[in-house]
Design a protein around this ligand. Structure first.
Ligand SMILES: NC(=O)c1ccc[n+]([C@@H]2O[C@H](COP(=O)([O-])OP(=O)(O)OC[C@H]3O[C@@H](n4cnc5c(N)ncnc54)[C@H](O)[C@@H]3O)[C@@H](O)[C@H]2O)c1
Length: 299
């Protein structure tokens, strides 16, 4: 398994594929975005003209795609991976997409005898760059064991959840539901501190040795809020996508989750109506501040 294909060379796919190259794998990449292809080529990767060419040349293919629709096109489309790769090629989707699409792809892969895993990741761009991602894998255990040496290259913490294809996605959605909670909590808590003239750096130091500490507080504050720079990172629209999937799982299982529902509504408004889609999720703090200032000004 020396020749690896990588479809989707974005914020996550690019550093993941670079990590594979660093560890001596030959990586063949494809992305719809020409700029990403040029950057990938500069980093030492081989460019494929399309997914057909990539499928034919790879023994293992990873995908890192922004949406369920993109995954459907890349796996199930006419030019897609399942149509054009050999049954000796293993496919691993690291995107976070709708659990039903994990199942749809797995069924189509099974019909063609092509090994497939749904293996979403957590740890962000930094984790991808440092090859320390958490990888949450669902699918056949034998396939997992076969590709484990390569999964260990992209991730520092690789977990096999169970043989249900969407089990890794369920764990990932739980993770992102918690991220949504913490991000909203940090935003509102820091707003109180601001109002009460408490220095935010000093607050961080105090919370850092108290139970109010969290990895999301650390990330959102130190990397984004303290620098007043909200380039993603993890774009707010991607968090909303994952919260939407978590709510679909909740609805399908008739779970009553009032706080999660309120959070989903909040992020929907922020993304769809207030222009925060492309900003890092930490920008929710900016929005909380702005809304409160607008309310005060209207008094
Ligand atoms: N950014 C993060 O911190 C993070 C962390 C963990 C997981 N994820 C998940 O990883 C996935 C990718 O996230 P990202 O932040 O890298 O997104 P991104 O938008 O930066 O990258 C996605 C890339 O896929 C390409 N693409 C889209 N459709 C394509 C197609 N049909 N064929 C080829 N390329 C196509 C895009 O051009 C883009 O370069 C998402 O599912 C996201 O939820 C992201």
């Amino acid at each position: 398994m020396n020749r690896i294909g990588f479809v989707g060379l974005g914020n996550m796919g690019m550093p993941m594929s670079k990590g594979l190259m660093k560890d001596g794998y030959e990586v063949i990449g494809y992305d719809l975005n020409d700029k990403a292809m040029v950057a990938f080529h500069k980093a030492g990767g081989k460019i494929a003209k399309n997914t057909i060419e990539l499928a034919k040349q790879s023994e293992l293919v990873f995908t890192s795609l922004p949406s369920t629709k993109a995954a459907e096109a890349v796996y199930l489309g006419e030019d897609g991976l399942l149509e054009h790769c050999a049954d000796t090629t293993t496919l691993v989707d690291t995107s976070t997409i709708a659990p039903e699409m994990n199942q749809k792809i797995a069924e189509a892969a099974k019909e063609k005898g092509i090994p497939f895993l749904a293996a979403p990741v957590s740890g962000g761009v930094v984790g991808a760059e440092n090859q320390t991602l958490t990888v949450m894998v669902g699918g056949p255990k034998g396939v997992y064991e076969h590709v484990l040496p390569v999964l260990n290259v992209i991730g520092g913490n690789v977990f096999f959840v169970n043989e249900q294809i969407d089990s890794g996605t369920t764990v990932k959605l739980i993770n992102n539901l918690l991220i949504g909670f913490y991000t909203a909590g940090v935003s509102e808590a820091l707003h109180i501190a601001n109002k009460k003239n408490i220095d935010l750096d000093y607050l961080f130091d105090m919370m850092n040795v108290s139970y109010g500490q969290s990895r999301i507080y650390d990330r959102n504050y130190n990397t984004f809020i303290a620098k007043n720079d909200y380039r993603p990172g993890f774009a707010m629209k991607l968090l909303l996508k994952d919260l939407g999937f978590a709510m679909e799982v909740a609805d399908a299982n008739e779970l009553d989750l009032p706080i999660s529902k309120a959070l989903h509504e909040l992020y929907t408004t922020v993304v769809d109506e207030e222009g925060y889609a492309e900003k890092d999720m930490a920008a929710l703090y900016e929005r909380v501040k702005l809304q409160s200032e607008q309310k005060e000004a209207a008094k």
